[in-house]
Design a protein around this ligand. Sequence first.
Ligand code: MG
Length: 348
Amino acid sequence: MTKVSMAHGAGGRSMQRLLRERVLPHLLTDKGEVPLSALDDSGVIDDIVMTTDSHTVKPLFFPGGDIGSLSVAGTVNDISVMGATPIALSLAMVIEEGMEADDLEKIARSIGRTANKAGVPIITGDTKVVERGAVDKLILNTSAFGKRSPALDANLAIVAKHRTIHSRWLEDRNVADGDVIIVSGTLGDHGVAILSARKGYGFDADVVSDIAPLNGMIVRALAVGGIAAMKDPTRGGLANTLNEFSEKSKVGIEIEEEKIPIRQAVRSACNLLGIDPLEIGNEGKAVMAVVPGKADDVLAALRATPEGREAAIIGKAMKSVRGVVMRTRVGGRRIVEAPIADPVPRIC
Ligand code: MG
């Protein structure tokens, strides 16, 4: 008998397999314009965009954020990377008996601050308390819905001048040969910040989480136009995001190691722990596939925002490449596979 393991919750291949074998066959996965079977950042039905996330991060507070800011930003971002405008959020709390009310209030304050910053109100919620030991202090679930924006139509009209588009939304399957791959900033900060906050890892990296709602930044990029696909590289990191682009769009992707922005402290921490910064989850970054003629302008628009200051062009989609390949600093080539599981459990 198979039992669910931590790997099944880590956003990588193990989780995909569990869902495909044990969960999705029982659900109507083909309903909607972007159905559940697309396994994209959000679903779309009747032009309404919807997403949901549960948050189990350990510890609840860490450098650069807490479970509250994380839950709001993560959900706002899943709506935004579809090219949609987030309209409203829900918030459900499952609280362990014995949790300090002061901690709960601190988290509520953080939720309110992040929702205000994003300009997305919380309009409904739910509260449950379970007995000691039934959950680890607190689980938050946030859902959101969003709507189509005129900026998305204008953006896709520019893509359509270059080639056929497969979706009216910025789906993972929209990447095509020649698209330029842009990442909106440094990778690995969130995962390393969480690890540095956990006791027993024996290092104290001076890294803070990148948690940020990205709807403002994304609107600026959409206004330039030419973005075909977008995804937030959360669990499984850039490696997982690019493999989803590649598999769903049936096109190869080549990236250059020296162009990928990674902080030195993150690099050092990853070396020490033997983990790959490309596989670590991020909570304030977006990866985009942009038609070649617009890539420099989209990059400039991103760099003009506080969240996208360190955006970079890291590679491009190529018919001639199979899967995801990275040209390394020393001139070699390495296959970048989708991770089996996130190297850092419970980071979101
Ligand atoms: Mg996502």
